[in-house]
Design a protein around this ligand. Structure first.
Ligand SMILES: NC(=O)c1ccc[n+]([C@@H]2O[C@H](COP(=O)([O-])OP(=O)(O)OC[C@H]3O[C@@H](n4cnc5c(N)ncnc54)[C@H](OP(=O)(O)O)[C@@H]3O)[C@@H](O)[C@H]2O)c1
Length: 225
């Protein structure tokens, strides 16, 4: 089945690779990005449609959803991929809480607004899905005091997955996933995985016939929250 899919932060890194693989599988992908120029270039490169979307800006999210409903009107899969990680070397005891606020606005409120505003469309799909790209750095059992803004944003994103799973229509499956440590601007050159591998589980969660629901996954396997 040809699916209609939205990917956030699609202009580079794992998001762009997710778009590329989904287009190659024959799906209708809307690649979104906050930069029109970079987003359009990436969309042309992978063969997706482009729409502007800054996930840290509530007004911009509303405009995007309004236009999407008007112009396309149907949605099967939402992939919340866009995120920031501010590497300022601060730990939990000295981080500037403004950095935490900014990170949470992008990494948690962005996905949260999109889930709230797009769930009516996803619930109309026979096989709606939400994929929240999280990180093992947010897993409760693995928390430590470094990278506090990023970690807490991903812990919160995982909590959002659990809470939304409790309330979203039964036809919609929602999961969190960790792509592993991936060679992107965020992961750095020393990371162990290429983007192709980083995108693999997201593409599987978007397209496989049988997938888990309300879980946290890495490499297509359920892992601990
Ligand atoms: N790489 C890893 O090792 C790793 C590990 C675990 C989890 N992850 C997760 O995987 C996902 C993708 O990471 P990545 O490695 O591909 O990161 P990346 O290379 O830094 O790319 C991040 C993407 O998010 C976009 N973005 C940031 N803020 C945005 C906003 N306000 N609105 C719209 N787009 C925004 C960026 O757009 P701009 O170009 O405009 O900044 C970029 O397209 C993230 O959720 C990340 O937390 C990555």
């Amino acid at each position: 089945m040809r699916k209609r899919i939205i990917v956030t932060g699609g202009n580079r890194g794992i998001g762009k690779e997710i778009c590329r693989q989904l287009v190659d599988l024959g799906h209708d992908v809307v690649l979104t990005a906050r930069s029109v120029e970079k987003g359009e270039d990436a969309a042309i490169e992978v063969g997706a449609k482009f729409r502007e979307l800054d996930v840290s800006n509530e007004e911009n999210i509303r405009e995007f959803v309004h236009k999407y409903k008007d112009e396309i009107g149907e949605l099967d899969v939402l992939i919340n991929n866009a995120a920031i990680m501010v590497s300022d070397g601060k730990d939990v005891l000295d981080i500037d809480l403004d950095v935490v606020e900014k990170t949470v606005r992008t990494n948690v409120y962005g996905p949260w607004h999109l889930i709230q505003q797009l769930s009516p469309l996803l619930e109309k799909s026979d096989d709606g899905r939400v994929i929240n790209i999280s990180s093992g750095m947010g897993a409760i059992d693995d928390l430590s005091g470094n990278h506090p803004s990023y970690r807490i944003s991903k812990t919160a994103l995982n909590a959002l997955t659990i809470m939304a799973h409790d309330r979203i229509g039964a036809s919609v499956k929602i999961n969190s996933m960790c792509p592993g440590w991936v060679r992107t601007d965020m992961g750095g050159d020393g990371a162990s995985r290429p983007v192709e591998k980083g995108a693999e589980t997201a593409v599987w969660l978007a397209t496989a016939d049988e997938i888990p629901n309300g879980k946290f996954l890495r490499d297509k396997q359920v892992i601990s929250w």
